[in-house]
Ligand binder design. Structure first.
Ligand SMILES: [Zn+2]
Length: 422
């Protein structure tokens, strides 16, 4: 078990007794988009769009929208569109504005249990480049240094002259975006890793960190499914199993950064015969039943020899009946967890990040059927349970979404690469 000291300005004493109220850090204020952020978001959703339309969409006055758009233009975040709208020859032409994808990019990093993914993303959330490498070490200092060292080459080869504004880092389990610390990642053996400070020192970039589930929920709000903006639960099923909950655009993190820790949700499966016990010592936990490791083990126990989860997935996608059956079983069990989360939060929509549900219609149907059978409040799983908008590029999306989430929340904030505006 590796462990690191937290940065000096945010000491963490090891706790031995029960958590006391006084030990719980004050929650960071919920960040909501500023006025300029609302205008920026409307341009993302509707651009190229006329300023008058932005005023109608945001409820701001035309003069106020002009001011916000002026600042976004000055920062190089939006540009005047080449096309004009409105009838020609009748008064002043309306020049629409749109997100400028030609000037800036963000970098993203995702740390999985066995590999890390580095990516570049434009301001519309499109992946420009992606580089995945297996971990050579799980020592946090060396792993983060290795990630930082890979970035200059990715930028040189793919940025096309665009400036990288910031680096977003996403990983599983408990991450505190306010302090930039990975609080606990049991599968990597990490505790209180000051990832933001380490990566900022190594790259010279502003660094934003968050949990991958919250990052992907934010990515859905920005670039994916609009229905996630009212309220959403996102369930991430990979090597790590965890979740995120957001309402009215605000992510709930919890005072311990622990919201969404559903890895040990007891499924009451009973049907886990032959499965290994969970890392917590019990059997039938969500993670020990449906994680990638559990899938590979179960496949091996059935004589389906696959060296890795991607190989097992490839066999299922190719139609191998036994591999498909394993993914359908997984979909049913994920459906049980989804039903519990739907009953607990009653979100507008629950997003499942799981490649079977994302790519095999029968798995999504099984998952929804399980929800229909078990949830007490969700009577329309066809609408309320959806696969990720980023199936196939989930990990490349997660890191960049952390940085873009911050940018769209506060585009006038301290972004050192951007020109200052008054
Ligand atoms: Zn467990």
């Amino acid at each position: 078990m590796k462990s690191l000291s937290a940065p000096a300005r945010r000491p963490r004493e090891p706790r031995t007794g029960p958590l006391r109220r006084a030990d719980i850090p004050a929650p960071a204020p919920v960040r909501r988009p500023t006025g300029t952020g609302s205008v920026f978001g409307a341009i993302l959703d509707h651009g190229p769009v006329a300023r008058s339309t932005v005023a109608r969409l945001t409820g701001l006055s035309p003069a106020s929208v002009s001011g916000h758009v002026g600042r976004l233009l000055a920062r190089g975040l939006v540009r005047q569109s080449a096309e004009t709208s409105g009838p020609k020859g009748l008064g002043r032409p309306h020049i629409p504005v749109e997100i400028d994808t030609g000037t800036y990019l963000v970098a993203g990093a995702h740390i999985a249990v066995a590999h890390s993914t580095l990516s570049l993303m434009d301001l519309r959330g499109r992946i420009v480049a992606e580089d995945r490498q297996p971990h050579r070490t799980t020592d946090p200092h060396r792993l983060l240094a290795g990630l930082a060292a890979r970035l200059p080459r990715l930028v040189a080869e793919h940025a096309g002259g665009r400036t990288v504004l910031a680096l977003g880092l996403a990983t599983g389990h408990r991450v505190d975006p306010a302090s930039g610390v990975i609080v606990a990642h049991p599968q990597l053996g990490w505790h209180d890793v000051p990832a933001r400070d380490l990566l900022a020192a190594a790259t010279g970039l502003p660094v934003h960190v968050d949990s991958h589930s919250r990052a992907l929920a934010r990515a859905e709000q920005l670039f994916g499914q609009e229905s996630t903006r009212t309220s959403t639960v996102l369930l991430f099923v990979g090597a790590v199993v965890d979740a995120a909950f957001a309402t009215e655009g605000a992510m709930h993190r919890g005072p311990r950064s622990g919201a969404g820790s559903v890895a040990h949700l007891p499924l009451g499966a009973g049907g886990s015969g032959g499965a290994e016990p969970c890392s917590c010592g019990r059997t039938g936990c969500l993670q020990s039943e449906v994680s990638e490791r559990a899938m590979v083990r179960r496949a091996a126990a059935q004589g389906l020899v696959t060296g890795s989860f991607p190989q097992l997935l490839a066999r299922a996608l190719a139609g191998d009946a036994r591999a498909v059956a394993l993914f359908r079983r997984r979909a049913r069990l994920v459906g049980r967890a989804a039903a519990l989360l739907l009953d607990m939060f009653d979100p507008e929509v629950l997003v499942v990040v799981e490649p079977g549900a994302g790519r095999m219609p029968e798995c999504l149907a099984d998952l929804r059927a399980e929800v229909a059978e078990r949830s007490w409040v969700c009577d329309d799983p066809e609408r309320a349970v959806v696969p990720s908008s980023f199936t196939g590029s989930v990990l490349a999306t997660a890191g960049g979404a952390v940085a873009l989430g911050s940018l769209y929340t506060d585009p006038l904030g301290p972004w050192p690469a951007l020109p200052a505006v008054s």
